[in-house]
Every structure is written in structure tokens, then in C-alpha cells.
Design a protein around this ligand. Structure first.
Ligand code: ADP
Ligand code: MG
Length: 495
């Protein structure tokens, strides 16, 4: 390999056939004890002046030549070699002086510098990764193991994004279980009910996580009592989820205080109080309709034995565990209500719990998280110890602010330029890198950007997991005897 050109922070390097280099790989340009670390972001043919002419001549000769082809000096193979040369477009990511990272940059010599492929494991070593608490993610293209440090997710805001079916949820399961391995408490807002079987092996046996996983199904094994619910939470639900207007909300406050003073907070008492409360009929109607929405959600119960206290659940998971809130099969408004409850409850618990922190994984959060929560999640909630990972296949659903504050981005394949545009605006890495690498990532491969890789973008093939990564999936054809019958008759016909 040979240095050819430098344009801004882009280096162009000539590379001959046989030197196997791909997009995403790192190269070391070494000279006099100094070393530039560059990443290949694109590979092109080397368009040497005269090359087109040479190719055309070659083509013309091949077409007209008849009889024996004599090439006594073996010029042909040499030409072919040159014609196949590639130009590597590279970005400078870092530099080393006497083996230590430096912020200095310089222009390496075309003549004296030596360029070699850098193994991903070498790069990670240089960066001091993965540190104390490794979470094994998978492998680089050269077979190097890639792990990240669980500590680098601590206190951070992460985004996992990419097209549908590329492996986002799989990675979030891997990260969540990795955090649990180190004793973290992880809460998952599971939109599609696909995290619920993480406690089982693919064969259906209980695995080592079984006892550290609690799956809550709102309206099923997850119902709460009004007595455990603060006014703030219930008001949040009534106003934000069920759109209770201001005047009625004030009246509700009075009713609530009245019931609380009597130590009589229950759904039954609340319904009765609304019925007899002295107020405007319109207000009563407004309160009644929201009350019935609460009742019909089945989320609230007056049975203390049945009511789940999240504080107890989290206590049970202390020392490492996964709380999965299964939002599958809930209507959009019930989903929002449950999420409002869970998030506010977590904040309440964390405010009175000095040491604790929670890692929150939220799939397609725009479907159940209200607008004002976005800023909350990245400021207030983060401050209190809720560290969020957003998972989405619609990058524009997250909003600019989330991107600006994101510390780590795990990017899977996107072919849509608009999606890539959105993500690239967010990362501290140049847009060109993000676009060129991400649109060619195969499934299960992800480009890691941000703090976890110290701003050295790394492509990794995510490893498989030895747990049941699928939830209960309803398929139409799989369970139909008629399909089997049709298949066997088709195969009979064929034979
Ligand atoms: N690294 C991986 N190794 C093995 N299987 C994977 C991997 N990543 C994803 N899968 C499988 O591919 C399918 C799609 O992955 P999933 O994570 O659900 O995609 P997404 O959430 O991006 O839509 C799932 O069946 C999942 O189990
Ligand atoms: Mg998914």
C-alpha cells in the first residue's frame, strides 16, 4: 500500500490486488516512530491518467486478436495488476507518538511511510478497550473479538437504530443481559413482547437469568392500587394520556386530597366521590369519562394482595436483574398510561434511593412516550439515574435533541439516505463515514459510534445469544394444517 493523496482530513491510499482491505478496516501509517490511525471508508478503482486508454486498448486487442497470444515479457499480468489496483479513501481517526496517543497530526511521507492493516484487536488495545467490565459483542471482519465496557454505558444515552430485521432488538437483549451480568438493574419497555422469554434457553429450559427476570403484563400480573400511586403520577396520566382539561384537573386534585385525608384511596371510592362531588356537570362528565378509562384499562385494582409494588420488584432484582414491561396487546392509550406510570414511579423510587440507577431500554418509544418526556429522559431522569437506550427503525422519531445528547450509537444497515442523514447529523463522526459504511452493512452487523469506541467507528458482527430471543410470535401459515396438506400434495405431484 502506498500513500497517494491528501485532501483535507481524507487520505487516499493505493492498494494492490492481494492486499485485502475493506470498508471499515483500520490502517496504520508508520514513519519514524509515529503512526497515524486511519479508517477506510470507501474503496474505488484507481483512476490513473491513461488507464482508460490502456483498458480500451486492451479490450480492442482482445477482440481482434486471433491465433496464439504471445506475451514474452509478461507485460499482460503486470498491466492487469495495475488495472485492478484500488484506491482506498481513508479518514484519520487518531495518531500515536512513541506508542502513545497524541492529538498531533502530520502529513506522512509518500516515500518513507509504511502502511499496514491494523487488526481490530490491536486498535482496541491502543484505545484501552474494553476495560474492566467487558460485554462481548461479537467479532470484527478480521476475526478479532470485540467487547465494550459496561462502564461506558453507565450514565450514558444510547441509540440503537437500523432497518427492520437487521438485529437491533437482538443487540439490545445482548446489552441488557450483559449489564445484568454485572449486577445492574435493567428495565425494558417491550413493545412487541419479544423480551419475555429471555429467561429460557432456545430449547425451552430455564437458564441462568431465569431467577433474575420479572415479566410484568399490565392488566394481567401487573396491576397497581391507587394507594401506592402519588397524585403527581395519577395527574400525569389523566392530563397527558387522557387529556383531562385544566378546570377538571383542579377539581380532581380536590377529590384526591379529600379521599387521601380519609385514608380512602381506592377506585371504588374515587368513582363514588366523583358521583357525589359538588361541581359543574361538565366537569363531572369529564372526570367520569377519564375514570372509566382508568377502570377499563384494568391496570388499577383495589385488591391489595394483587397490587404490584414496583419498589418490591426492584428490591427483588437488586444485585442484577431485568424488569420487562410487556406492552404487547395494549391499546396506544393504555400503553402510554402504563409507561407514564412506570417512568414516574422509577423517578420517585430513584429520588429516595441514593445509590441506585436503572438502565432503561425503550423500543420505538415515540409510540408511547409523550413529547415532553424526551427532554426529561435526557436531562432530569438521567440526572436521577435513569440511563436510556432508545431502539428504533425510524431515526426521525427520536428528535434532534436526543441525537445531540447521545453518547453512543449502534447503527445497523440503512439504505434510505434520509435515515442516514438523520443519524449522521447526530454522531461526532463525519456524515460521509456514516453513510458510506452503514448502507452496506450486512444483517447482524453494526457500526458502533461514540464514546464506547472512543470515537473510532468500529464494524462488528454481533454474536448469537444462547437464550430465547423470540417472544410469542403469531404466524398465520405456520400453524395451519392446511399448509402442510398442500405442501405434501404438491410434493406428491412433483414426484
Ligand atoms: N447477531 C445475531 N445472531 C443471530 N441471530 C440474530 C442476530 N441478530 C438478529 N438475529 C435474529 O434475526 C432476527 C431479526 O433480529 P431483530 O433483532 O429482531 O431485528 P430488529 O429488531 O432490527 O427488527 C431475529 O430472529 C433475531 O433472533
Ligand atoms: Mg426489533
Amino acid at each position: 500500500m502506498r500513500l497517494y493523496k491528501k485532501e483535507g482530513d481524507t487520505l487516499k491510499i493505493l492498494c494492490f490486488p492481494g492486499e485485502e482491505v475493506e470498508k471499515g478496516d483500520y490502517l496504520a501509517i508508520e514513519e519514524d516512530g509515529r503512526c497515524l490511525l486511519v479508517q477506510v471508508i470507501d474503496t474505488q478503482f484507481a483512476n490513473i491518467p491513461g488507464m482508460l486508454e490502456e483498458l480500451l486498448r486492451d479490450l480492442a486487442i482482445r477482440d481482434v486478436a486471433e491465433g496464439e497470444d504471445v506475451d514474452a515479457l509478461d507485460v499482460g499480468s503486470h498491466l492487469a495488476y495495475i488495472q485492478d489496483a484500488r484506491l482506498l479513501v481513508c479518514k484519520v481517526r487518531g495518531a500515536l507518538k512513541a506508542g502513545r496517543p497524541t492529538v498531533e497530526r502530520w502529513l506522512p511521507s509518500r516515500v518513507h511511510s509504511k502502511i499496514r492493516s491494523l487488526k481490530l484487536s490491536e486498535l482496541l488495545d491502543i484505545l484501552g478497550l474494553p476495560g474492566e467490565l467487558p460485554i462481548e459483542l461479537g467479532w470484527g471482519r478480521d476475526g478479532s473479538h470485540v467487547s465494550i465496557d459496561a462502564k461506558d454505558l453507565d450514565g450514558r444515552l444510547n441509540i440503537i437504530t437500523g432497518k427492520k430485521g437487521t438485529g437491533k432488538s437482538h443487540l439490545s437483549k445482548l446489552l441488557a443481559l450483559g449489564l445484568v451480568d454485572y449486577g445492574a438493574t435493567v428495565v425494558i419497555l417491550d413493545l412487541n413482547g419479544e423480551y419475555v422469554n429471555l429467561g429460557y434457553t432456545p430449547e425451552g429450559e430455564k437458564n441462568e437469568y431465569y431467577d433474575r427476570i420479572v415479566v410484568l403484563r399490565p392488566g394481567g400480573n401487573f396491576r397497581v392500587s391507587l394507594a401506592q400511586t402519588s397524585l403527581k403520577i395519577i395527574m400525569g396520566i389523566l392530563v397527558h394520556t387522557f387529556g383531562l382539561p385544566g378546570t377538571s384537573a383542579r377539581e380532581f386534585r380536590r377529590i384526591w386530597s379529600h379521599l387521601k385525608a380519609q385514608n380512602n384511596l381506592s377506585m371504588k371510592a374515587l368513582g363514588e366521590a366523583i358521583r357525589v362531588w359538588k361541581c359543574n356537570e361538565l366537569v363531572r362528565d369529564a372526570l367520569y369519562s377519564r375514570y372509566y378509562a382508568l377502570v377499563s384499562s384494568g391496570f388499577f385494582t383495589d385488591d391489595d394482595g394483587e397490587a404490584v409494588d414496583l419498589a418490591d420488584v426492584l428490591k427483588r432484582l437488586d444485585g442484577g436483574g431485568l424488569l420487562i414491561v410487556n406492552l404487547r396487546d395494549l391499546s396506544p392509550s393504555h400503553r402510554r398510561m402504563v409507561v407514564e406510570y412506570v417512568l414516574e414511579k422509577l423517578v420517585e423510587l430513584l429520588s429516595s434511593w441514593d445509590s441506585g440507577a436503572i438502565f432503561l431500554f425503550a423500543e420505538e418509544a415515540h409510540l408511547y412516550m409523550r413529547e415532553t418526556y424526551w427532554d426529561d429522559v435526557i436531562t432530569r431522569m438521567r440526572h436521577l439515574g435513569v440511563f436510556t437506550t432508545f431502539i428504533t427503525n425510524q431515526p426521525d422519531s427520536l428528535g434532534e435533541n436526543v441525537y445531540r445528547q447521545a453518547d453512543n450509537i449502534f447503527l445497523f444497515n440503512f439504505t434510505n439516505q434520509r435515515d442516514l442523514e438523520m443519524v449522521s447529523r447526530a454522531s461526532s463522526i463525519d456524515a460521509e463515514t456514516v453513510k458510506l459504511i452503514a448502507n452496506e452493512l450486512p444483517p447482524h452487523h453494526c457500526l458502533i459510534l461514540g464514546y464506547v469506541v472512543r470515537d473510532h467507528p468500529v464494524v462488528v458482527k454481533v454474536r448469537a445469544l444462547n437464550v430465547q430471543t423470540m417472544g410469542r410470535t403469531r404466524l398465520f401459515f405456520a400453524s395451519m394444517p392446511i399448509v402442510r396438506a398442500a405442501r405434501s400434495s404438491a410434493s406428491q405431484r412433483a414426484s
